[in-house]
Design a protein around this ligand. Structure first.
Ligand code: 6LW
Length: 508
C-alpha cells in the first residue's frame, strides 16, 4: 500500500464505505474550512471532495485556542445518509457535534450538539436502531480539573443529540495512557471496540476488544497492541488512532495516523500527524494489522494555487481551492478575490503571523522535501510567506518594496536576517525550501531538516538565511497540527498572485 495515504497534516482519520467508494474525514483544529472529506475507490488514491464545515456557526472555530477546535471525527453511512460526529473543543467550541449529509461532498447540516461529555466520539447503531455514542470520557475532579474517565458510552437520539442513558464505562485498553479514539463495529454478530492508547506521541498504539453486545462486556485481544511503532526505529512513528473498513471483496484495512520523523533518534516530525493505511487480516475472530511501512513512494508533487481557484481545483469553496486554509476564519474572511482580478487581496492588521487571527492563507506541507513560492505585490503593504505551526512558532520571509527580512519565531525565541532588494518594486517572489532528509536518515541531531528562506532579486534566487526545521515540528511545538505554508499580510494591502508547491519524498 502506498503511504502516507493522505500526506501532510491529516490526523485522526475515520473511514466508511458505500458500495465501491470509501469516504474519509480528518481533523482540522483551528483551521477552516473544517473537516475535509475525501473519496477513494482503492485506498491508494484519494480525492478531496469537500468539507463538513463551510458556513459560519457550524463550528465555534473563530474563538478556539491553539490546540482546540475540531478534533477526531467519526464518519459513518447509515440509513441512506452520512453521519459525522466530532468534538469542537475549548473556547467557543460547541462541544460534540453531530452533522448529517445526503452527499458527503456537502452540504452538511448545521449540526446538533450531543448531550455527551468527552472527546473522540464514535457513532454506531445496533440492529434495533439504538444509537450509541462511544467516546473518551471526561469528567471533573472536585477541584475542577478535567479527568479522563476511560472509554464511556451513552445512548442518544440521533435526531436531537439528547442523551437517552447515563454514561457507562467500557473496556479502556491495556494500561496505556489516554484511552481514546474508540470505534465500534459489529462483525458477524460480535461487537468489536477498537481504541487508541499510549498518547498520540511515540507510545501510541491501537488496541482492540470484543464482546457480545455494543455495551460489552468486552474482552481484550490476546495479541494487543494491534498496531504500534513504539520501541522501534521504523520510519513511521506515533502509529495509532485507527478506523477499520471492509473492502468490497471482503478483506479489511485500517486507516490510522502516524508521523514521519527525522533524524537517527526519530526526534521530530516536520509535517505532524498524517493519514496512513495498512492491510488487516482475521484469525480466530480477531483482526491482525501489519506495521506501517513506507515501501511505496508518492511521486513528486507540483501544484499551483491560483486566485480564484483554477478550473479542476479540488473542492472549490467561495472561489478558493479546497486545499487552502485560514486560521480561525474561512479563506473568504481573510482574502478578497474581487478587488483585483486574478489576485487575492490581503489587508494586514499590524501583528503579522504572531496574531491569533493572522491575515494568512496556507496549504499543508505534504512531502518531505518542499519548495513553496509565492508571487506577491507589496507596493501598498508589508507581507510575505510564512510556514507556521501556530502564532508562537513560524518562519516568515517578509518583503516591503525595498527590503526583505526572514524571521524565525520559535516559542519566544526570535532571530532575523535582513537584506535590501537590489531591484526594488511592488512585485516580489519569495520562497521557503524544506530540504528533504538525507537518504537513510543517518544523521544525528540538528540540521537534517534545513529550512531556507529566499527572495528572487534581479532574476536570481538569493538565500536570506537558514534554520533547523526541528523548530517547526509537531514535537517542538507540541502541536496537534502540522506545517501550513502560504502568504500573509502584516500591514496595508498585499496582493497574492499564486502559491506554487513543488515537493518530493526521499528514497529510503
Ligand atoms: C485526538 C486524540 C488524539 O482527539 O489526539 O491521536 C487528539 N489522538 O484521539 C487530537 O488529534
Amino acid at each position: 500500500m502506498r503511504n502516507p495515504l493522505i500526506p501532510g497534516f491529516h490526523p485522526d482519520p475515520s473511514v466508511c464505505r458505500v458500495g465501491d467508494t470509501y469516504y474519509l474525514a480528518t481533523s482540522t483544529f483551528e483551521y477552516l474550512p473544517g473537516i475535509p472529506v475525501f473519496r477513494s475507490t482503492d485506498l491508494v488514491h484519494v480525492e478531496l471532495i469537500g468539507h463538513v464545515a463551510v458556513r459560519d456557526g457550524q463550528l465555534g472555530t473563530p474563538g478556539v485556542p491553539t490546540g482546540g477546535g475540531t478534533w477526531a471525527p467519526t464518519i459513518r453511512h447509515h440509513d441512506g445518509r452520512f453521519w459525522l460526529v466530532v468534538p469542537d473543543m475549548m473556547g467557543t467550541g460547541r462541544g460534540n457535534v453531530l452533522f448529517t449529509a445526503d452527499d458527503p461532498a456537502g452540504p452538511w447540516s448545521d449540526g446538533v450538539v450531543m448531550d455527551v461529555f468527552g472527546i473522540d466520539p464514535d457513532i454506531a447503531w445496533d440492529a434495533d436502531g439504538t444509537c450509541y455514542v462511544t467516546m473518551s470520557g471526561l469528567g471533573f475532579a472536585d477541584d475542577g480539573t478535567a479527568q479522563h474517565l476511560g472509554i464511556t458510552q451513552v445512548r442518544i437520539d440521533p435526531g436531537t443529540g439528547a442523551a437517552l442513558s447515563e454514561p457507562i464505562s467500557l473496556w479502556s485498553g491495556t494500561g496505556g495512557m489516554f484511552p481514546e479514539a474508540p470505534h465500534l463495529y459489529e462483525v458477524d454478530g460480535t461487537w468489536y471496540l477498537m481504541i487508541a492508547e499510549g498518547g498520540t506521541e511515540r507510545g501510541h498504539a491501537v488496541t482492540i476488544a470484543r464482546g457480545p453486545s455494543p455495551e460489552g462486556p468486552f474482552e481484550g485481544a490476546p495479541h494487543n497492541p494491534l498496531v504500534t511503532a513504539r520501541g522501534t526505529d521504523r520510519a513511521v512513528q506515533n502509529t495509532g488512532h485507527g478506523d477499520l473498513v471492509q473492502r468490497p471483496d471482503g478483506t479489511w484495512a485500517m486507516v490510522l495516523l502516524g508521523t514521519r520523523p527525522r533524524s537517527m533518534t526519530r526526534a521530530f516530525a516536520p509535517m505532524g500527524r498524517e493519514t496512513f493505511v495498512v492491510p488487516v487480516t482475521w484469525e480466530d475472530g480477531w483482526p491482525h494489522a501489519e506495521p506501517v511501512l513506507l515501501d511505496e513512494r508518492h511521486g513528486p508533487v507540483a501544484r499551483t494555487i491560483a486566485f480564484p481557484a483554477a478550473p479542476g481545483a479540488p473542492a472549490v469553496l467561495d472561489g478558493f481551492d479546497g486545499e487552502v486554509l485560514a486560521v480561525r476564519a474561512f479563506p473568504r474572511d481573510v482574502a478578497d478575490l474581487a478587488a483585483r482580478p486574478g489576485w487575492a487581496r490581503l489587508t494586514g492588521r499590524g501583528a503579522g503571523m504572531a496574531d491569533e487571527h493572522p491575515v494568512f492563507l496556507g496549504i499543508r506541507q505534504c512531502s518531505e522535501g518542499a519548495e513553496v513560492t509565492v508571487t506577491l505585490d507589496v507596493a501598498a503593504g508589508v507581507g510575505g510567506l510564512s510556514m507556521r505551526y501556530d502564532e508562537h512558532s513560524h518562519l516568515d520571509v517578509e518583503a516591503t518594496a525595498d527590503l526583505v527580512t526572514m524571521t524565525m519565531t520559535a516559542r519566544g525565541l526570535q532571530q532575523s536576517w535582513a537584506r535590501p532588494r537590489t531591484a526594488p518594486g511592488g512585485e516580489v517572489r519569495l520562497r521557503i525550501v524544506a530540504d528533504p532528509p538525507p537518504v537513510g536518515q543517518a544523521v544525528l541531531g540538528a540540521s537534517c531538516d534545513r529550512l531556507v528562506g529566499l527572495v528572487e532579486d534581479a532574476g536570481e534566487w538569493v538565500e536570506l538565511g537558514s534554520v533547523d526545521g526541528a523548530f517547526l515540528s509537531s514535537d517542538f511545538t507540541e502541536s496537534f497540527t502540522g506545517r501550513v505554508v502560504g502568504p500573509y499580510a502584516r500591514e496595508g494591502v498585499v496582493d497574492v498572485r499564486t502559491i506554487e508547491y513543488a515537493g518530493q519524498d526521499v528514497r529510503r
